[in-house]
Ligand binder design. Structure first.
Ligand SMILES: [Zn+2]
Length: 339
């Protein structure tokens, strides 16, 4: 190779290097601004008690506190609706809610905005509904919760054990299998193993764990009327405009007719014109399970009681504000306790 050829090769390599460095930097600055490399770590410091949620607007749930969630595993995701990386994690978070809510997992999405339009509550509510998020969401417009958890990027997931201590932390997309393993391990763990577990919480945890009601179908058949049994245990549907509650306007709390768990408040009931009692949100997302129902040749979301697994009705995305959801229930699945 003569000297000129060598110079050409060296110049070529140099240009190639410049292109790689510049493009890499460009891609980094355009697609992942300020986002650190994904990282995850089990947190072993038993003293790492999680900070409580700062005040914000709650969607899909009554306001929750970590104290009220003692005995449950809690997954907290810091997200914001326009964040591409957050949106990629949501299908996994939704699946965990669907799969583990009735096994003791509560998911709270802390919505800490990045862009000005993400601070608008109507926008957040619209996105929560259109993304099909049914777990509890709390707004964090002043970043109080974000700062308390020392978060620096979207999305960041924390998993807390049954005593409210941080056991897992992950920044960015990915590590879904590891996160799910962590959830399962914490759900299975005896909560008293935590160094910080207090005597006083033991009773609550037991209540929570034994809270699920399982009865044989024979037992249910004896306890329920034939109409109740057909809807609650065989996922039947009462005829429209025939039930006790479709046109009821009394104040109170609607409980599961099979096990008595409080499910809906009359404050969230609205006239849907369907002939079935309709609500725009459950009393707390933790009291219902939502499962995909492919019967009758269409995909719908079935709603069941979290405690006894009985069928209540379906939920549709054509409801009124503020959630945009319509929980279409069977009167026969409910029992109103008047206020
Ligand atoms: Zn029930």
């Amino acid at each position: 190779m003569n000297t000129k050829a060598k110079q050409v090769v060296i110049a070529g390599v140099f240009i190639l290097l410049v292109v790689v460095v510049v493009c890499g930097g460009y891609a980094n600055s355009v697609f992942t601004p300020d986002l650190p490399r994904p990282s995850f770590e089990p947190v072993t410091d038993s003293a790492a008690a999680a900070p409580d949620f700062a005040s914000g607007t709650w969607i899909n749930s009554e306001p929750l506190t970590l104290k009220s969630l003692q005995g449950r595993v809690v997954l907290i995701e810091f997200w914001t609706f326009a964040c591409y990386n957050c949106r990629n994690t949501l299908p996994f978070v939704k699946r965990w809610h669907e799969q583990y809510a009735d096994k003791g997992l509560t998911i709270v999405g802390v919505h800490s905005p990045e862009l000005p339009e993400e601070r608008n509550l109507d926008n957040v509510r619209r996105e929560v509904a259109s993304l099909g998020l049914r777990y509890a969401i709390v707004t964090d417009n002043d970043y109080k919760t974000w700062e308390a958890y020392k978060v620096s990027a979207w999305p960041t997931i924390f998993v807390l054990d049954k005593t409210g201590h941080v056991r897992w932390r992950h920044v960015g997309e990915g590590a879904y299998d590891e996160c799910e393993q962590q959830i399962k391990a914490l759900l299975a763990a005896d909560s008293t193993q935590s160094g910080a577990a207090k005597q006083s919480t033991k009773k609550d945890e037991k209540t929570e764990m034994n809270d699920k009601i399982t009865k044989s179908e024979d037992e249910w058949r004896k306890e329920l009327t034939p109409a109740q049994y057909h809807v609650l245990r065989e996922a039947g549907t009462e005829q429209a405009f025939t039930g006790a509650y479709w046109d009821n306007h009394e104040k109170g709390v609607y409980h599961c007719a099979a096990c008595g768990l409080p499910l809906f408040s009359s404050d969230t009931k609205f006239d849907s014109g369907t002939g079935w009692p309709s609500f725009y949100q459950p009393i707390t997302a933790a009291n219902v399970i939502e499962v995909t129902d492919n019967t009758l040749g269409m995909e719908r979301t079935e709603v069941r009681c979290r405690r006894c697994g009985s069928h209540l009705g379906h939920v549709f995305a054509d409801g009124p504000r503020p959630t945009g959801l319509r929980y279409c229930m069977n009167s026969v699945s409910l029992k109103l306790e008047k206020q």
